[in-house]
Design a binder for this molecule. Sequence first.
Ligand SMILES: C[S@@+](CC[C@H](N)C(=O)[O-])C[C@H]1O[C@@H](n2cnc3c(N)ncnc32)[C@H](O)[C@@H]1O
Length: 294
Amino acid sequence: MPLTAENLRVRCAEEMSHHPRGFNGCGWLRDAFLTVPREHFVPDRVWWPARGEDGRYRLYDRVRQPRAWLKAVYLPGVPLITQIDDGSVAPTGPADGAFTSSISAPGAVVELLRHLAPEPGHTVLEIGTGTGYTTALLAHRAGADHVTTLEIDARLAHHARTRLHALGLRPHAITGDGEHGHPPRAPYDRILATASVRTVPPAWLDQLRPGGLLLAPLDTPFGHDLLLRLEADGVGQAHGRFVAPVEFMRTRAQRTPRPYADLGWPPDVTRDQWQHLHVTVGPAGQRIRHALAP
Ligand SMILES: C[S@@+](CC[C@H](N)C(=O)[O-])C[C@H]1O[C@@H](n2cnc3c(N)ncnc32)[C@H](O)[C@@H]1O
């Protein structure tokens, strides 16, 4: 089979179809994945997300290594790093530093969107546009005009808009701090954060329609994030559970660790209990408790 983007996309979709955390029978999501050209959203130079033998992150260059670059784009479990240290490191060679933007792995994006379950015509708010790839999948499902996406980094936001426009997609792609949401287009049926938080920002709840769903990676005491799925109850609170272990980079304002007791976590919680935790978020803040606790 020749190494083309189309062939790799089909192969990647096949691999994810057989994975329990993949499409899991979700037909619209498979269609969206096969329709949106992921390679269009990946910058020409990206870093591999694990350290090489020299302790640095290897660079993949589309011009110099077109085959390796394209293969990396379609590996189901691999995110590609598009920014280090808020853009202060130029993508000119192997590098070290903190990851501050990426194109999430195909498998991670599919898992997010499957749990988000957007429907045609839903109003959707995405926090963390990054490359614009997830935005394009959302636009495919909900309709571009129903999608609002916020990116805090002006340069990334500009490139994402350019890539989306080149495909004829014109969602409301805005440069700004996603922790404030975007009131002019609220309420939203769905809110998706593709950057993780330690506490759910109150603005997201305020802007979620009653019965609407919010999906966000939440920092936990377990050494990784968990994907939180909350439903708005229409009287000021949202309730839900964790649906999957994930790993995302933090929103800019929530990078500094805080004591978990201050973030609503019970003191005696253990890693194996994550599927039995119940989360409530409301005006009084965030509260996480064992599902059977009073
Ligand atoms: C994992 S990347 C998003 C990947 C993206 N969904 C994609 O498909 O390419 C997380 C993004 O969140 C952005 N971000 C961090 N804090 C933010 C904030 N407060 N508001 C909006 N975007 C933020 C980062 O700049 C980064 O681009």
